[in-house]
Design a protein around this ligand. Sequence first.
Ligand code: GDP
Ligand code: MG
Length: 737
Amino acid sequence: MSDSGKITLALAGNPNAGKTTMFNALTGARQHVGNYPGITVERKEGFATLATGGEKREFHITDLPGAYSLTAYTQEELVARNHLVDERPDAVIHVLNAGSLERNLYLTVQFLELGVPVALGLNMMDEARKKGLTIDSDKLGELMSAPVVETVARAGKGVKDLLAAAGDLAETRKDHTWSPLEISYGPDLDPAITEMTEKIEAAGFLTDRYPSRWLAVKYMEGDEQILTLGRNADIDLAQELEAVTARVSEHCQSTMNTYPEAVIADFRYGFIASLLKQGIVRREPLRERIEMSDRLDKVLTHRALGPALMLGVLLLVYQITFSLGQHPMDWLGLFFGWLGETAESLIPEGLVQSLVVSGIIDGVGGVLSFVPLILIIFFLIAFLEDSGYMARIAYMMDRVFRMFGLHGSSVMPFIVSGGVGGGCAVPGVMASRTLRSRKEKLATLLTAPFMACGAKLPVFILLAGVFFPHHEALALFLITLSAWAFALFAARILRSTLIRGPSTPFVMELPPYRMPTLRGLIIHTWERTWQYIKKAGTVILAISILLWAAMTFPPPHEADLAPLNEAVAEAQAHVDGFPEDTDQATLAQAEDDLAMAEAALAEAGLANSLAGRLGRALEPVSQSAGFEWRTNIALIGGVAAKEVIISTLGTAYSLGDVDPEEAFSLAGHIRSDPTWTTPRGIALILFILLYSPCFVTVVAIRQEAGSWKWALFSIVFNTALAFGVAVAVYQGGAMLL
Ligand code: GDP
Ligand code: MG
């Protein structure tokens, strides 16, 4: 400790290890700059204070010039060495570049050989981590017998800890004895070094300043400064020592064709290598992985082969999602069907029953039925992302999508939403999470719902069967194609108006491929899915109840219902009244009558409900697209879920419950109705393709876009676009026909 009671520290390290940055972080403004006397090397000094456990420590810190070693080859190295020897700081803070530890430790070893107390600051840990290095600093400290602290000097991280460690070290070495490390330099040098050390010690040769063995090694290295100092101190001993080194040098040259200096350097590096071999630095074999990646990319991003393989991967993702998801979705469907029936049998018929079954159970079932899809899609996306392939997809698709103001990564949301027909926009919208740029993400998630999702398909199949008999497949293909056209077109419009802004430059570097870990995949998947269940669940249940209410309230007037109820009761009595042996035809006729009476009752309820009234109120407007009020009601119901369109249309046409899978009666009805012209059919198909996303998707949009504003926008924008297209088709068709 210096006289002033301050702990004196020297900052040392290779050039560019971050010493000066560290020095500034430690001392702040409390520093001054001068020169070492007679030379141009800068001398920086500063002060620092550290309060630890009520005790205040003062430090005087000197920033030494950068040095790779402590030989006397350069002026900087000599200045650093002289500072240590002449001023004997209480401790040295050795700043190392953690990213090239092996080379940096060469200087450390020399500090240890000199015996000066040294605290190691493993600096630039941020970059080391980026390079994929992990360093066991505790173990390094153990092996080096020196405190080790990981730092990021530029961010001031770990700087205080390093100072505290140096302070502790200085206190334990208060007696100022240095304890030099003794490295073996092999059978050729070791005996000679020992011989010289003994001579040096016996004569007390320069030992007031330098450790004896260190001096012997310096003689071996032919260190100019020490040789001169030696000759001036004791010319006889100096010559003796020089004779020993000459002998060893000759021996080295004749046997190994090398010099003692080189042998010494080799053994120092050997010492470092043996330390590092004990698992201090673990590095991901980055170079190997990059080479491997490059080889893979020759195929995977090949001009022709790449896109073909990518299409295969996307189709596979799609297939896995929906075929694997189908089973749990079916089970959930069965379960909620059973739950609904149970509730029906337990709760007396009426509003409460209707609320529980159609409002709550259907709502919760609606939320949960998407969970398997979301789980699977997120698992697969996590796999593609973690493995590095997602970046390749984006890279390959970017040139196409960029034209529409989108990003290469937009392809996944589009495909999942139904870009190949039969997807689902809920996981599709969520898949837009892979997009980093907010504007491109918005444009993607707003247009992905245009795709022909699985819930729209049955409606398309029904209508295609009616209007394009024998050409259903072609019709469905064209529908899917127009979905893409409209999505890209709408994206282009949005990106030139509301969400205008430059495309993110495609600077995405292609990260090397890696095998994802199962643990990572599961965590990613579960986090995202749980978020959906938690956030969407509550909102979706509430909206589901609202939609139920809109299709139930207000109930029809008693007076209007009475005859319908009577008709149902009469038909029921008629069916019940037949004796056991009544022939099948008569019985079937009576049952049909009953079904028709019940359908009329249901129609009356729907027609009078808020949704029904809205459907009627909208008729004057919707007429221009060819939709009368019954279609309107079905479309309103379709906002709950697109698969509801067929069943609602069935109810509105008082056809009773129409199962979407066997909607023959509805198809027959439409076919035989002359007002259902082909333009009206096409207008309806395109309207259903494009109009407001179902509300589960709307909630997903709200979640991904981060605000209800965009969720509401998607309802309004999509519906307006859909209506515009439907009107154009219907009116255009009417003019042509
Ligand atoms: P010196 O030659 O040892 O004095 O090194 P400097 O303090 O001048 O630092 C060299 C360069 O490394 C500068 O550009 C610093 O900003 C940068 N640097 C210093 N410490 C860190 C660190 O912990 N992380 C990173 N990333 N850069 C650092
Ligand atoms: Mg510097």
